[in-house]
Design a protein around this ligand. Structure first.
Ligand code: MTE
Ligand code: MO
Length: 433
């Protein structure tokens, strides 16, 4: 699954470079006069428009349909794949694969490229034998088969999922020279399923109930507690992803979706929901997925993935194609609601311009932005900053560290900096602000 580029990208240096912004700004590296880089002229390819060559594939019909019962991407797109970090050896006990954000367009992650994070591999579940149990502080415990759940009114919603550990390895210095590894534990799909509140109304919640426990049917028996308010708000029991049944890697046949909340709370292969009056203090909410603060106390239940953004083009895997006009593009998202605005800086955060939000701008979904840049071959420090509808502004790394200290690992939503070299290469760096 990995190609040789990964070896180069998986920097082994713990701290690549702490860049001194003042030194950079003082040297006046930006600017220069506008030059135009238009489309290539036909003559450059040895063609005149009256002599269009008929390529080999236009001479005879291609294969018919029988060879493709389930469609696959063009063989020329072989590098558009999920990747592992070579030094986090995937095992059945713990594995993660990253979405190639640098290769994608729009806001939807194709199912075969959705990032994966498994605590005990992917179980192969027979949907006929799978059951979802709702019990605990309810009037009537219920058991559902998958086909029974599908008889309920359903909704389809576009939401991202981001692992709380996305960018965790970047908290102490620029580590990976690849967008896929700095931000690729992030994907977005259209999910179809039943609002959880419909099922809880069927079961009847008893007085005093405050929390739910969700448990997966994988060998990890991964379990997380979450407050009843979320269950009654936008929580879904999903069975479909981008129009087809959930992929096994995403929790087939049933998954809990808690829109905008840290990845681990979105329990896959969901088999049990227990209603109670307090959290269960499971492994995944005590030993892991907590934020160790400077006071020495660990904060639990940081559910919401706060506003974040990243420039996806250019990025280390997508260097500048040459001087001239270029559309800088990126993704922004917030677990607290819609993206209101995205600002882009070309000088490491001193000046900001507002980017255009492109296409759909949805609640707790990836949102694409773009801004035109006329690059004259100078060094530059590209950053993006997301602002969501609550008014929350994505912090700099310095601001995040001021609150979290240096022991915090999860929930890194800091502004990302890409250093553009005059060669057009793009490097992951961190500013000391
Ligand atoms: N049952 C179960 N649910 C799980 C996990 C798991 O290992 N087992 N991993 C969690 C974590 S840590 C994350 S980030 C998301 C990842 O979802 P994905 O693999 O669909 O991207 O699923 C969560 N739900
Ligand atoms: Mo995660």
């Amino acid at each position: 699954m990995r190609d040789d580029k990964d070896t180069k990208n998986s920097g082994d240096k713990l701290s690549r470079l702490v860049f001194d912004r003042r030194r950079f700004l003082g040297s006046g590296l930006l600017g220069g006069l506008a030059a135009l880089a238009g489309g290539r002229r036909a003559e450059a390819d040895g063609l005149s428009t009256s002599q269009l060559v008929v390529p080999p594939w236009s001479h005879r019909p291609g294969p018919g349909v029988a060879t493709r019962a389930y469609g696959q991407p063009s063989p020329y797109e072989k590098s558009v794949i999920r990747r592992f970090l070579p030094w986090i050896r995937p095992t059945r006990e713990a594995s993660v694969s990253f979405t190639p954000l640098q290769d994608l367009h729009g806001i939807i992650t194709p199912n075969g490229l959705f990032f994966e994070r498994h605590h005990a591999g992917t179980p192969e579940i027979d949907p006929q034998q799978h059951r979802l149990v709702i019990h605990g502080m309810v009037e009537q415990p219920l058991v559902f088969r998958v086909d029974e759940l599908m008889r309920f009114p359903s909704v389809s919603r576009i939401h991202f999922i981001e692992c709380a550990g996305n960018g965790a390895m970047e908290q102490h210095g620029a580590m990976h020279n690849a967008l896929q590894f700095t931000h690729g534990m992030l994907s977005c799909a259209e999910w179809t399923g039943v609002p959880l509140r419909y099922l809880l109304r069927e079961a009847g919640i008893r007085k005093g109930a405050r929390w739910l426990l969700a448990e997966g049917a994988d060998a990890a028996g991964l379990a997380r507690s979450f407050p009843i308010e979320k269950a009654m708000d936008d929580a879904l029991i999903v069975y479909a992803q981008n129009g087809e049944p959930l992929r096994p890697e995403q929790g087939y046949p049933l998954r809990l979706l808690l829109p905008g909340w840290e990845g681990v709370a979105n329990v896959k292969w969901l088999r049990r929901l227990e209603v109670g009056d307090r959290p269960w203090e499971t492994r995944e909410e005590t030993a892991t997925y907590t934020d160790l603060l400077p006071s020495g106390k660990a904060r639990q239940f940081t559910f919401v993935q706060e506003a974040k953004s990243v420039i996806t083009s250019p990025c280390p895997e997508r260097p500048m194609p040459g001087r001239g006009r270029f559309m800088v593009e990126g993704l922004a998202w917030s677990g607290a609601g819609r993206i209101k605005a995205v600002d882009v800086s070309f000088d490491g955060g001193r000046n900001w311009r507002s980017a255009r939000l492109k296409g759909l701008v949805l609640d707790k979904a990836l949102t694409r932005f773009e801004i035109e840049w006329n690059w004259q071959g100078g060094q530059a420090l590209l950053q993006s900053r997301a602002i969501d509808e609550t008014g929350y502004v994505q912090p700099t790394l310095g601001q995040l560290r001021a609150v979290r200290g240096m022991n915090s690992m999860y929930h890194n939503n800091a502004i990302q900096t890409w250093l553009i070299h005059p060669s057009g290469e793009v490097e992951n760096v961190q500013l000391d602000v």
